[in-house]
Design a binder for this molecule. Structure first.
Ligand SMILES: O[C@H]1[C@H](O)[C@@H](O)[C@H](O)[C@@H](O)[C@H]1O
Ligand SMILES: [Fe+2]
Ligand SMILES: [Fe+2]
Length: 305
């Protein structure tokens, strides 16, 4: 089976597809999975200009996010949260904790987070039954949102969720609500506001500081706790909110060869992350044993967060 994206703007990259589907009626396949044409609110997915009350909140979110995510801020957060001295818990305990947090940046989702995690993972599992690492990546990719929880200092939304982007070089125009960067102190700083800024051509994304949030934090948690997920899994977790790259093709000049390889998996993953968002609930108890077995395979029983 293949997930096909209706009315999808150009991706900027060739995405590996497992088949070609041309007409809308073809969107219905094997087990009846239908790619939704609209999100739960009746809008296109990721329509940041749709007029609604929810959008106003989303734009406010991005305004604060764009003003405050500076190079210095990101460095400080990476140092502080890289210590992993806040909590000790298992991956599943974290999934449960996440259920109490709300993501104010997302125009497509108002379901509890655990639903989104399982919807993503289960949709991938149907299409890629043999890639168990990718199922688990689906389950855990958003766990970094626990930073919103009181036991993590209750970080504000703008420091946890939303799309991410590099800091330390110019903010690309393709970033959602780009205009609000004008109020970011780095915007007028000549060290940080050029195409390369603090970086060099082909230096590799690992060298690039990304705006602070749930992606990079969860990557640090997985890496430091010695997860055996393959490099593509860690890359997906770390850059899944980097739409300027994986959707618009910006910042490619900072990538190295390994990034290019991993990006293919990220683009595959993104379809499931985005288009599986729906009101269809997954039976948690039914699928829990399967995911617990994957967690056991790729992670220690308790992790430092
Ligand atoms: O609003 C969403 C949400 O916060 C997702 O978890 C993140 O990965 C997306 O990039 C963002 O647009
Ligand atoms: Fe996310
Ligand atoms: Fe997600």
């Amino acid at each position: 089976m293949t997930i096909l994206i209706p009315h999808q703007p150009h991706f900027g990259f060739e995405v590996e597809e497992k088949g070609n589907i041309e007409t809308e009626k073809d969107l219905i396949y094997d087990e009846g999975f239908v790619m939704p044409h609209a999100n739960s609110f009746g809008h296109n997915f990721r329509d940041y200009d749709a007029e609604s009350e929810r959008q106003e909140g989303v734009e406010n979110f991005y305004r604060t996010n764009h003003i405050n995510q500076t190079y210095d801020f990101v460095k400080r957060m990476r140092e502080e949260y890289g210590k992993l001295d806040k909590v000790e818990m298992s991956i599943w305990e974290c999934c449960e904790l996440l259920n109490n947090v709300v993501d104010e940046s997302d125009p497509d989702l108002d379901e509890p987070q655990i639903e989104h995690l399982l919807q993503t993972a289960e949709a991938i599992r149907k299409d890629y039954p043999d890639q168990d690492w990718l199922h688990l990546t689906g389950l855990i990719h958003d766990l970094g949102k626990v930073l919103l929880h009181p036991s993590f200092g209750e970080l504000p939304q703008w420091a946890v969720v939303g799309d991410t982007f590099p800091v330390g070089c110019a903010f690309d125009e393709s970033i959602v609500h780009h205009k609000h960067f004008k109020e970011n102190p780095d915007y007028n700083n000549p060290t940080y506001n050029t195409r390369f800024g603090a970086y060099e051509e082909g230096c590799g994304l690992d060298k690039v500081l990304m705006s602070w949030g749930h992606d990079d934090y969860m990557y640090l948690v997985a890496k430091e706790n010695k997860s055996s997920l393959p490099s593509a899994g860690l890359f997906i977790i770390r850059y899944h909110s980097f739409y300027a790259l994986h959707r618009s093709g910006a910042y490619k000049h900072l990538m190295n060869e390994e990034d290019e390889e991993n990006l293919k998996w990220l683009q595959t993953f993104n379809k499931y992350d985005l288009y599986s968002k729906s009101k269809v609930r997954i039976n948690v108890e039914e699928v829990k044993p399967y995911y617990l077995s994957l967690i056991e395979k790729y992670f220690p029983a308790k992790l430092r967060w």
